[in-house]
Design a protein around this ligand. Sequence first.
Ligand SMILES: C[S@@+](CC[C@H](N)C(=O)[O-])C[C@H]1O[C@@H](n2cnc3c(N)ncnc32)[C@H](O)[C@@H]1O
Length: 264
Amino acid sequence: MYSPLTLAGKYIGYRLTAANGRGHGIHSPFVYEFIGKVLNDKSPYPEYQTAERLRAKLLSDQTPVPVEDYGAGSKSGGGSKSVAQIARTAAKSPKYAQLLFRMVRFYKPHYVLELGTSLGISSTYLALAEKTSVVVTGEGNYAVATMAKNNFEAMNLTNVRIITGNFDNTLPEMVSATPQIDFAFIDANHRKKPTLNYFRELLKKASQRSVIIFDDIHWSKEMEEAWREIKEHPAVMLTVDLFFLGIIFFRPEFKVKQHFRIRF
Ligand SMILES: C[S@@+](CC[C@H](N)C(=O)[O-])C[C@H]1O[C@@H](n2cnc3c(N)ncnc32)[C@H](O)[C@@H]1O
C-alpha cells in the first residue's frame, strides 16, 4: 500500500485533474446521466438510516474477532480486532456505500455479487437498494461472516445470501451458481493478481449491461496496475475513476473506449 503521504498526493492530483462533478464538459450522455441522476442525487433515502443504524451498533461493539490475513493487500491485517475496529477500518464510508445504493437503485440489476462482505454494511446498502435484486456476498473470515449473516437476519434482509470461504475456493462456484452478473462490487483482497482473477472470473457471467465496481483502485502500485489492465481489456468500453472506486461498463454501443475521472 502507498504511504499516507503518497496517497494524499495522488488524491490531490485527482481532485485537480478530475472532471467537474456537475457534469460540465462531459459529452457522453450516459455519463452525464450517471453524474446527474446517481452521483449527485442528494435525496435522503430512508434506507440510509437503516444501514447507518447497523454501522452505529457495530461501532460500539467491543467483541473481539479473530482476523485472518488473505495476503499483504488485505486491509484487515491479522490477529484479533474488535467488531468496532473492523467496522471503522474495513467498511465503506457512508458517502461511497450510499453511492453503491444509488447505483443499484438506478440500474436495477437482477443479480448482484459482492466480494468482501466483512460485517455486512455495504451488503446492507446493496440489498436495501432494490428489493427484487438477489445479492450474493462472499466473505472468507468465518467469524465475521457469521456476524454479517446475523446482521442480515436481524434486519429481515431476505434478498441477501452470504457464501463463506476463501474466494480461491468459493468464487468459481459463486459465479457458476449466478445466472448472470448484472452488478458486482469487488472489495476483497486488494492485490493485483487476486483483483485480476476476480475480474476474469466475473467476466464469465457479465453481460453488455453489467456494471462492475472495484474498491480502492489507487490504494497501491499493484491496484493501480490492476486497474490499468482492467481498463485496457477489450470488453471494457467505459470507465469512471472516482479515486476510491473504479467503475466499469461494457456497453458495446459506445464503440470507442472512454475513460473518465470525475470529482466526487
Ligand atoms: C474491506 S473488507 C469489505 C468491507 C465491506 N465491503 C463493507 O464496505 O462493508 C474486505 C473483506 O474481504 C475479505 N477477504 C479478503 N480476501 C478474501 C479472500 N481471498 N476470500 C474471502 N474473503 C476475503 C476480508 O476478510 C474482509 O472482511
